[in-house]
Design a protein around this ligand. Structure first.
Ligand code: ZN
Ligand code: ZN
Length: 253
């Protein structure tokens, strides 16, 4: 640390990012110094909430230790049965997972994407048939604005980790949708109606799909994706995300 500080002072703050690149071992969530590139500091590891069991049989929402038994179904799923075939979430949405998603969006993606994908891969149930990995698509305009789709980045890492075959353009946006934050469930569904299409129906027909997103919030977008995939004949669609929001009220994006 002392060495980096001295170097910074010597070279000047203007080239600090270059120094960061040369002396990289810092926790991507909090900036604390760590021993090795590619990980998190101990505090941040401890603050990551890995969804545990028992959990809902349909959506894997954890019930907590005093919750219902394995095989039970959670209240939201009882209220409206999901169209997907399960949710594999690397973490639950906490302050630390939010910071990691932001860090992925705003740089540091080369170091972070494999780490986040590893956490997701650990939660994906084994499957006999090979899966197709398809990211939730960003609209062209947003893609251009941001430069990359972090869902696609994670999907690519999951493919590298052996979770299936990547089909990066398997889904596409057919129209621009407003930001869904603050909308009710019905308004969201209306905004998304017809907004997502399968690119090549033949290639998803009869297949098992892993639908990838970075953060799973209301599920409105992923539901629209799952419906499009199932209409095209997909056999199953499991949603894989890095951070799953269980209480929507906590998210301000
Ligand atoms: Zn940290
Ligand atoms: Zn459920």
């Amino acid at each position: 640390m002392g060495r980096v500080t001295t170097l910074r002072r010597a070279i000047g703050e203007g080239v600090a990012p270059l120094v960061d690149l040369v002396y990289p071992p810092r926790c991507p969530a909090c900036g604390e110094g760590i021993g090795e590139q590619g990980g998190l500091c101990v505090d941040c590891w401890n603050d990551l909430a890995i969804p545990g069991d028992p959990s809902c049989a349909l959506c894997q929402r954890p019930f907590g230790e005093s919750g219902p038994d394995e095989g039970s179904i959670c209240a939201p799923c009882l209220g409206s049965p999901p169209v997907h075939d399960g949710i594999a979430a690397g973490t639950l949405y906490t302050d630390t997972s939010r910071k990691l998603v932001l860090a992925l969006k705003h740089g540091r993606r080369i170091a972070l994407a494999p780490l986040l994908a590893r956490l997701i891969a650990a939660r994906i149930p084994q499957a006999e048939d090979e899966r197709l990995i398809i990211p939730v698509p960003l609209h062209r305009w947003r893609l251009w604005h941001r430069g990359f789709n972090q869902a696609a980045l994670l999907a690519g890492e999951l493919a590298k980790a052996g979770c299936g075959t990547l089909m990066v353009d398997g889904l596409r946006r057919t129209k621009r949708t407003p930001s869904l934050g603050g909308m009710g469930a019905k308004a969201r569904a209306r905004a998304l109606a017809g907004a997502i299409a399968v690119s090549w129906a033949d290639s998803v027909k009869g297949r098992h799909i892993l639908l990838v997103d970075d953060v799973l919030t209301s599920g409105a977008t992923s539901t629209a994706c799952v419906k499009a995939l199932k209409r095209a004949g997909a056999k199953t669609v499991v949603i894989a995300c890095f951070a799953r929001v269980l209480d929507e009220a906590r998210v301000h994006t």
